[in-house]
Ligand binder design. Sequence first.
Ligand SMILES: Nc1ncnc2c1ncn2[C@@H]1O[C@H](COP(=O)(O)OP(=O)(O)OP(=O)(O)O)[C@@H](O)[C@H]1O
Ligand SMILES: [Mg+2]
Length: 416
Amino acid sequence: MSGLVQQSSAVLQAKQRFGIVGNAPALTAAVERTLRVAPIDLSVLVIGESGAGKEFFPKIIHAYSPRKHAKYIAVNCGAIPEGTIDSELFGHEKGSFTGAVASRKGYFEEADGGTIFLDEVAELPLTTQARLLRVLETGEFIKVGSSEVQKTNIRIVAATNVDMERAVAEGRFRQDLYYRLSTIQINIPPLRDRGNDIALLARKFAADFAERWHLPAISFSDDARNSLLRYRWPGNVRQLKNIVEQMALFEAGNTLDTDAVRHYLPAETSSLTPAIYNPSNDAYKRERDMMLSLIVNLQNRVDDLEKRLATAPQRPAETNLIGSHDIASHKLNKHSIKDLYHDEGSDTEVIDTPYYTNEEPEKPTPSSTPETLEEQERRAIADALARNNGHRKLAAAELHISQRTLYRKIKEYGLD
Ligand SMILES: Nc1ncnc2c1ncn2[C@@H]1O[C@H](COP(=O)(O)OP(=O)(O)OP(=O)(O)O)[C@@H](O)[C@H]1O
Ligand SMILES: [Mg+2]
């Protein structure tokens, strides 16, 4: 059969165990390569676009290695402030900096004998890169504020979605460390190159969300399926998951045709730069308006249903006709919309944006003071996060700030 490669039972098992959906040859090859290198104690660099599914691979490596009973620690190098990253990774001595009231073990000590996953490795500051190189070469490290050399035995799996050779050429990443980390590279293919996997994933996510929310499942017409296959998916599997999540909510029980699917897909630009990265593109606004009108429609239908229930004499008022999880039983104010989106297992982060509410909106009083710069900044960040479904990397790119700055601001403004 064209497009299908023979998959060993080990590959199929690993996919099943980790919930990896898809049979594209390049994805299968990545899993196969991962299984092959897992038992051998080498550093591995996982490369792939944002949202492509890189996070499965360090887990597979750890689980199929002799280190599987020791610790596995995942560190997002882009999320830790530059000032504390050395201390987080290597620990510190009491009194080594203001606030260091006690000594602390770092991840390299904690995970001794195990695996550390360095996600977004290109974000590591140069000083930390030097420490990391030393620990990789000699197994030695020194806690911040200490002079004592300690030993550790760690396997590193790193991941990145940036062009590392360019980062090296621009002096942002040490060449020696890059070579050291990338002894073995595993490339995760972008979703747009995975053909029918797109349909498989859409079906899987549709079924998952229907089950999670107790809603009738959505399905796709053949044409709709083809539209999904033709789309470029700049945000890869994460974007597909988010979009199917919206469809599962607003189209519950429907078979979506091409037009319905297109409604949910952000407009594609002619350049390779996806629309979601381009803040001057008004695709966001259109998408938001569309969401708003969908929610208003839904509210009207709920109101209508409520009226009909209230006037149905044959049913006692307390009869619960609609399951407590059913969308129709929610009063659609900002809280219930948030509840519907919020789920621990989902990587959609919910920003508490009042898309629509029955409550009378708070009108600014004539005496209200204009927004301060800080308020404006907070709002710009909250808006960017909402537009990007809470995805911080995309929001940072849109705001033209580093991810680290964005994480700091999110904390500062309590937008967590
Ligand atoms: N083949 C797949 N089957 C099922 N789910 C997948 C697959 N690939 C990715 N996902 C899901 O898509 C989401 C994004 O994947 P993941 O977090 O691994 O992306 P990533 O490559 O690490 O992106 P980033 O560079 O932005 O961190 C996750 O919820 C993940 O479970
Ligand atoms: Mg990731």
